[in-house]
Design a protein around this ligand. Sequence first.
Ligand code: PLP
Length: 387
Amino acid sequence: MKKINTHRTPIYRESGFYLESSEQTLLAFKSESENPHEPEKYIYSRYRNPTVVAVEQQMMKIEDSEWSLLTESGMAAIDIALSIFQEADDKRPWLFFTEIYGGTNSYIDSILIKRRGVNTIRFASGADNYVLEEFIEIIELKKPKLIYFEAVSNPMLIVTDVLSFINEAKKRNIIVIIDNTFATPYLWKPLADGADLVIHSATKYLSGHGNISAGVISGNDKVLMQKAIEYRKWVGHMLSPDDAYRLGTQMQTFELRFGKQIENAFHLAEFLENHYNVEKVFYPGLESHASHNFANKIFNKKGYGAMITFQLAGDTDNIKRERSKTFIEKFSRYFYLIPSLGDTETIFMPVDAVWGDKYPYPGTIRLSIGIENYEHIENAINFALDF
Ligand code: PLP
């Protein structure tokens, strides 16, 4: 068949690719392990797939990375980013900041600690942010092999002094892994500031339509990334060609979408801060937010993200609980309560109902702002806040 004049790499739904001779087979397997970035031939889709590779190259441009690998979920990317550092005879601890995605915390507890016996330590934030001096103290004392944190925390949206943390870690040859799902490469590119690996849940802003589960792990170090490719191959964390194709198409509008989401979020955060039925708003773009200065420093004033967490006002906890129910019922007439984020549609979730053990404050709502006409979101919020 003639080569088809398509400008996009099509969806190659092959599980295996034919090879024409034993020489070619030998060469294909050799190049696959020696230079997995540019193999001689495709062999098997769990190893590499042309549709996935095309989208990885697109991702490398967005991330400014030498290597980007797509995975079947954000958790798969996290599993790879951490597992490649596990070595039977290396007992150095891995240091995790505490304000990270709940699923990652569960993965640390039930997989890394309970099943694999990894030596882990936690670094807790102070009242409003992580304290650099405490970080230096703990890494001096415990000498961790790696550190792991999120640039913008969930759900309180703490923006840490990431540049200083990376700097202190790198001075001591500690590996730095960052989950940059909330900030995205639009606001910050951690590899350019010295991080070793950056991961995203591409389920969120990168795909942006709430219809794909995907992850990405990026880095500039060939040795590390070859280990990541190997781990992905043997554990089977590869993204499917269908999802890769859709991710690639949707990533074409990533900057456009996220720019609008950020703009909407900024206006809404200001609106909420001035609303009489709102007690407190957590949004790094507000001067009242404890991390505002760090956010300015890291994001270069390109914006402050599109997540907002806020707390309802009320004289007692019971009143706040009742108001929270009312808010959810009324806001649900316009937007869905979905425990995810980053979609083109505004979605929301009650923080205390999901993370009550950690954030028990009744009436705490997390909003993931979409690309709707701003007035529509403000009107819906105003309606839902009218108690
Ligand atoms: N990292 C962060 C910050 C997240 O919020 C999530 C999911 O909510 C993940 C990672 C996991 O991603 P996924 O659901 O795509 O596995």
